[in-house]
Design a protein around this ligand. Structure first.
Ligand code: FES
Ligand code: FES
Length: 194
């Protein structure tokens, strides 16, 4: 029953509408995990520090522990459960599997959602803190290992699987239509030189 501190909301998650009553203080992360049984999205720190809860909101990556569920109404929410195309894994998922981009796997859903958003940001020409030429006309910088590490720095891995994570992101980025060009992903990133 809705009250002044709760509302009935409809969230669009992985293409499906889900209606539920929520206390206004409920985070998107708790709504996904505790109310909708979408437990692929993980809770690590619950304070925006680790990236384990990363999901896509209208295609942009965000940490679900710092979003209120009520504020996500009307937006396209994509969780790890929704990134594959039926039985076909998303290229980022496939690259993580092929290159062992994980150990315990707890951070992996957040790493994968973050990488999907990151590859789109890079293709759109967004600079990072390590991009040398940030002029808009310079276009996307080469996706070096340093660029990948910086752009993925909001996603911590307690197992320290970073070398393979960088390799996997580089391989998945190569499959992206925009990133496929010759100089977009450097050999250094492919080899994940550290
Ligand atoms: S659980 Fe959200 S950032 Fe750590
Ligand atoms: S694989 Fe264990 S925390 Fe990243």
């Amino acid at each position: 029953m809705a009250s002044s501190t709760s509302s009935v909301i409809t969230l669009k998650i992985n293409g499906e509408k889900r209606t539920l009553p929520v206390d206004h203080r409920t985070t998107l992360l708790d709504a996904l995990r505790e109310r909708l049984d979408l437990t692929g999205t993980k809770k690590g720190c619950d304070q925006g520090q680790c990236g384990a809860c990363t999901v896509l909101l209208d295609g942009r990556r965000t940490v679900a522990c710092l979003q209120l569920a009520v504020a996500a109404e009307g937006r396209e929410i994509t969780t790890i459960e929704g990134v594959a195309d039926g039985e076909r894994l998303h290229p980022v998922q496939q690259a993580f599997l092929d290159l062992d981009g994980f150990q315990c796997g707890y951070c992996t859903p957040g790493q994968i959602c973050s990488a999907i958003g990151m590859i789109e940001e890079h293709a759109a020409g967004w600079p990072s803190a390590v991009t040398e030429d940030v002029r808009p006309q310079a276009g996307p910088p080469p996706l070096t290992a340093d660029e990948i590490r910086e752009r993925m720095s909001g996603n911590l891995c307690r197992c320290g699987a970073y070398v393979a994570i960088v390799e996997a992101v580089a391989r998945a980025a190569e499959a992206h239509p925009h990133e496929g060009r010759e100089d977009a992903v450097t050999d250094g990133a492919r080899e994940a030189a550290v």
